[in-house]
Every structure is written in structure tokens, then in C-alpha cells.
Design a protein around this ligand. Structure first.
Ligand SMILES: *Cc1c(COP(=O)(O)O)cnc(C)c1O
Length: 259
């Protein structure tokens, strides 16, 4: 099943992508361990979810070969295509981006977790399709912690009423809250988003103890997120290199190795 890499892949990922990914992964784990030490946290309390969006399936085989087995994808169609191409590998797929209701049926076929639950309509559709498939799904409720119109997620004021409704969807296993911090080089503004999510989590667990997780932090801000209590960091560029079409264009702090 080994698909040869293309010249474009080598230009983007280097002559030996597997070695580069392994080195970068070890660096990210070391940074997680270091910040945990500083913050007095157990490194085992932070899970690294590698984000594989824009990486072609043939290159992801090399990532799998060096022990990367959880793949976070933000676009359902892209995830689906890769899942088809990599069906022979036991990959744990996580959908981390906004989902339209008409795509739910595809997600239910292969995703193990979903980090962008942000409406009752979506919860209802997921629950219905999961029930038909006879399976459950780990979910994180996305909150818009930055107040930016461009970001998805529930308004913080709407979170607790939403959490009250989760028992209506027994196929959803609530695991925590998820957010994207503001894209800003100002660490205090970024930290404010993570703090808000933690505060909301502390309230949400009183209603539903399953919601203890905090999915927050990306390549540019995962250390801050861990200081503020992240239990899952979603990291792409620090492992796989800068994305060519990148969000890094908008915000230099977004790029890996900027710290
Ligand atoms: C792309 C993405 C990430 C990872 O961003 P990097 O800069 O590659 O670390 C994390 N979460 C979501 C929702 C994303 O879309």
C-alpha cells in the first residue's frame, strides 16, 4: 500500500518526511513536558492530538509509520477522502472543525471524536445518525471564547443552557469544551480566551461531570493553553511544518518555532 511521494511532497516536507515528523513530534512532546513541569502538572494529563489537515494521505502513511495514530482534520470531505485512502491503517480520526448537518452521516461512519459541537440541531442530527449506526461518539462543545464573528462556537452565555440539554442526546458522550483562542501576538489576550474556557468548564462539570476536558491550544499557543489547564492540545504545524496556504499569513505568531 506504499504510495510513492511526489516531488511536491519532498519540496514541502523534506527528503525524509518520516524522520522530520519524528523529530518534530519529539520536540513538541518535550515542550509539553517542560511546560507541565513549570506549571506543576503531570504530562500524562495532556494529550497531543496531531492535526493532519492539508497533509496528503500518502504522506500521512509516513506519519503513521513513526507512531502518529490520531489524526485531527477540520474539513469533513478531506477527512473522508483520506480515510478512504488509508482504510488499511487503524487510525483514530478526530473531526475538529465546524460541521454542516448534511455531512453528519459521513462523520458517523469513521470519526471517533468530534470537537466542534455548537448547536442543538447538530446534536440532534448526530444522535439520530449514531443511533441508526448503533454507536456512540466522544464530543467536545465548542465555545467562541474570543468574541470574533469569524469564529464558530456557542456564545459563552449560551453554554450552560446547552449543557442542560445534552442528556437528550444519549449517543453523544460529552468529554469537554473546545475553543480557538484569538489569533494575536498578545499572550494576554490569548490567555484570556483559555481562562474563559476553563471557567466555563468548571461551571459545566457541575451539570455534566463528563465535560471535564479542555481541548485548547495549537502550534502557536499550546504552552499557554497548558498553563491554563488544557487536557488536549491540537497541534499541526509544529509537527508537520508550516501550511503553505496558511493562517500564518494573517498572524505570524501562528507559525511554529515562533517562541
Ligand atoms: C488547524 C487547526 C489546528 C492546528 O493548528 P496548527 O497551527 O497547525 O497547530 C487546531 N485546531 C483547529 C480547529 C484547526 O483547524
Amino acid at each position: 500500500m506504499d504510495t510513492p511521494l511526489l516531488p511536491d511532497d519532498l519540496a514541502r516536507f523534506g527528503a525524509d518526511p518520516a524522520a522530520a515528523f519524528a523529530t518534530n513530534l519529539a520536540r513538541v512532546h518535550a515542550r509539553i513536558a517542560a511546560v507541565c513541569r513549570r506549571a506543576g502538572r503531570d504530562p500524562a494529563s495532556v494529550r497531543l492530538l496531531p492535526v493532519t489537515k492539508t497533509i496528503p494521505a500518502r504522506v500521512l502513511r509516513q506519519a503513521f509509520a513513526v507512531g502518529i495514530t490520531d489524526f485531527g482534520e477540520n474539513k469533513l470531505q478531506e477527512a473522508r477522502d483520506k480515510q478512504n485512502a488509508l482504510e488499511d491503517l487503524p487510525i483514530h480520526w478526530a473531526i475538529i472543525g465546524h460541521l454542516q448537518r448534511n455531512k453528519v452521516k459521513y462523520l458517523v461512519r469513521f470519526a471517533r471524536e468530534f470537537h466542534a459541537l455548537d448547536s442543538l440541531e447538530l446534536a440532534d442530527e448526530l444522535n439520530r445518525r449514531l443511533d441508526a449506526a448503533g454507536r456512540d461518539l466522544d464530543v467536545f462543545v465548542q465555545v467562541n471564547s474570543s468574541g470574533e464573528a469569524s469564529k464558530f462556537g456557542l456564545h459563552p452565555d449560551d453554554l450552560l443552557p446547552f449543557v442542560e440539554r445534552l442528556p437528550s442526546f444519549p449517543r453523544l458522550r460529552p468529554r469537554g469544551l473546545m475553543t480557538l483562542a484569538v489569533f494575536s501576538p498578545d499572550d494576554n489576550r490569548v490567555r484570556g480566551c483559555f481562562r474563559l474556557l476553563r471557567t466555563l468548564r468548571d461551571q459545566a462539570v457541575d451539570i455534566n461531570p463528563g465535560l471535564a476536558g479542555l481541548s485548547m491550544g495549537m502550534s502557536g499557543d499550546f504552552e499557554t493553553a497548558i498553563e491554563e489547564g488544557a487536557t488536549i492540545v491540537r497541534v499541526g504545524q509544529a509537527i508537520f511544518g508550516t501550511r503553505p496556504t496558511s493562517d500564518a499569513l494573517y498572524w505570524p505568531g501562528f507559525a511554529p518555532n515562533s517562541k
